[in-house]
Design a protein around this ligand. Structure first.
Ligand SMILES: CC(C)(COP(=O)(O)OP(=O)(O)OC[C@H]1O[C@@H](n2cnc3c(N)ncnc32)[C@H](O)[C@@H]1OP(=O)(O)O)[C@@H](O)C(=O)NCCC(=O)NCCS
Length: 168
C-alpha cells in the first residue's frame, strides 16, 4: 500500500518555498503555514491580499518594480500541494547594510489574530539582522501602533526626530 506523503515533508516544502522557508505554528493544526523569502509572489494574489485588508490598488507594473527593487520580500503561504495560497506579506527596502524600512505588512483577515503578523515581523527582523542591518524603521497607521509597540518597536523617543513626507 502506498502512503500519501506528509504535508510537512521537508523536501516538499523546500521545493515549494526554497531553502530559507519556515513553518509557522498556528492554533489550527489542520493548517500548514509557511514563510518564504524565495517563492515568487504572484502580483494578482498580492493585489487580492491588499484588497482584503482594504488598501487602495496600485498599478501592477509599479508593484512589480517595487518588489524587484526591494531588499527582501516575505510571503506567508497556506500550503497546498496543488496551489499554495498567499495569506500574508511584508517587504523591506534599504541598503542591506545600515538601514532598512519595512513596508506593506499584511495578514489576510481570515488569518488575523493567530500570531502570524508577529511571526512575519520576527522573520523579517531575523533576516535583516543576518544581513548586518543596523537600523530598521517603519511607518505605522495609528490603529496598529500598539501592534508594533508590543513587539518592542519604539515611537521616535522624545520627539527628537520627525518623519517627513515629500511627493516629488
Ligand atoms: C496588523 C496586522 C498585520 C496584525 O496581524 P495579526 O496576524 O492579526 O497579528 P498577531 O495575531 O500576530 O498579533 C500579535 C499581537 O499583537 C496584537 N495586535 C494585533 N493587531 C493589533 C492592533 N491593530 N493594535 C494593537 N495590538 C494588536 C494581538 O492582540 C497580539 O497580541 P498578543 O501577542 O498579546 O496575543 C493585521 O491586522 C493586518 O494585516 N492589518 C491590516 C493591514 C495593516 O494595517 N498593516 C500594517 C500596516 S502599518
Amino acid at each position: 500500500m502506498t502512503q500519501t506523503p506528509r504535508l510537512h515533508n521537508s523536501d516538499q516544502l523546500r521545493h515549494f518555498y526554497g531553502e530559507a522557508h519556515r513553518l509557522c505554528p498556528t492554533p489550527n493544526t489542520e493548517l500548514s503555514l509557511v514563510l518564504s523569502l524565495e517563492r515568487e509572489i504572484d502580483l494578482i494574489e498580492l493585489e487580492a491580499l491588499c484588497d482584503a485588508v482594504g488598501w487602495s490598488r496600485r498599478p501592477l507594473r509599479r508593484v512589480r518594480k517595487a518588489l524587484e527593487h526591494s531588499l527582501l520580500q516575505v510571503g506567508l503561504w497556506r500550503h497546498d500541494e496543488r496551489l499554495p495560497k498567499l495569506v500574508g506579506f511584508a517587504r523591506c527596502t534599504g541598503d542591506g547594510v545600515v538601514d532598512a524600512t519595512v513596508w506593506d505588512l499584511a495578514v489576510h483577515p481570515l488569518y488575523q489574530g493567530a500570531g502570524l503578523g508577529k511571526q512575519i515581523m520576527l522573520f523579517v527582523i531575523e533576516q535583516l539582522r543576518d544581513m548586518g542591518v543596523d537600523r530598521v524603521s517603519l511607518f505605522a497607521d495609528p490603529e496598529v501602533v500598539g501592534f508594533y509597540e508590543a513587539q518592542g518597536w519604539q515611537l521616535e523617543p522624545l520627539q527628537r526626530r520627525c518623519a517627513f513626507w515629500y511627493a516629488p
